[in-house]
Design a protein around this ligand. Sequence first.
Ligand SMILES: C[S@@+](CC[C@H](N)C(=O)[O-])C[C@H]1O[C@@H](n2cnc3c(N)ncnc32)[C@H](O)[C@@H]1O
Length: 242
Amino acid sequence: MVQGPERPARRRRRARGPAPARARRRGPARARRDPRARHAHARRRPTRPEDRHVPRPAREPAPHPPGRARRETLNLFSYTGGFSLAAALGGAPRVTSVDLARNAVDAARDNFALNDLDPAAHGFVAADAFAFLEDTAGTTYDLVIVDPPSFAPNHKAVRAAEAAYARLNASALRQVRPGGLLAAASCSSHVPMDMFLYLSESARQARRPLRLLEVRHEPPDHPSPLHFPEGRYLKFVLALAE
Ligand SMILES: C[S@@+](CC[C@H](N)C(=O)[O-])C[C@H]1O[C@@H](n2cnc3c(N)ncnc32)[C@H](O)[C@@H]1O
């Protein structure tokens, strides 16, 4: 094909080379000149997925890593079933929730239904957790969660509370299958307590060595003032039971 002489503007563009990526992203020429047009351009071309009105599935399936999350779970002191729900939505085939307060157990059952989980596939027990552990000795789980109320109302009660936590977690640990998990929490706000110390004692009593996997505290939605150490009272330990 025979080409005519190159126009001057085209020749200048060719001499400059390709436009840099940043300039190319700045939108049409009118938007660059007129700020109102720039905003109109931004409105017409939303970048966030939620602005694009893309229909989403009503409920996205929970992530479910195979072989990791399908843990039969016992949740002691379950209250309205927060940990139970997390376990079931994470793939636990059966979660047994135990709390002394019947209305808390009923609320946990309702919460399963509200989350499209069949309550009939899970256990909801209104009972004393200590008695439950005694009555079901020999039954084992892949994950046992222990989140009791505070046992130490004051400094004088600390030693007795530590011994009680140690005994409770030892009983819970006996019901963890080899290679399973113990999730132990403590919410003793009045006095600091060494969870590692009493969980070591639990491991000794149950003759089941524990390996520390994770330690957690208050999440960002539960911030406490820096000058108020008593506010940092939630402790959570996840340990692997041999
Ligand atoms: C720290 S809260 C548990 C919070 C729960 N894990 C959650 O994530 O929402 C303590 C719970 O223990 C229950 N509780 C107190 N004494 C109990 C006992 N002896 N046996 C079973 N549950 C008990 C209370 O009713 C309360 O729901």
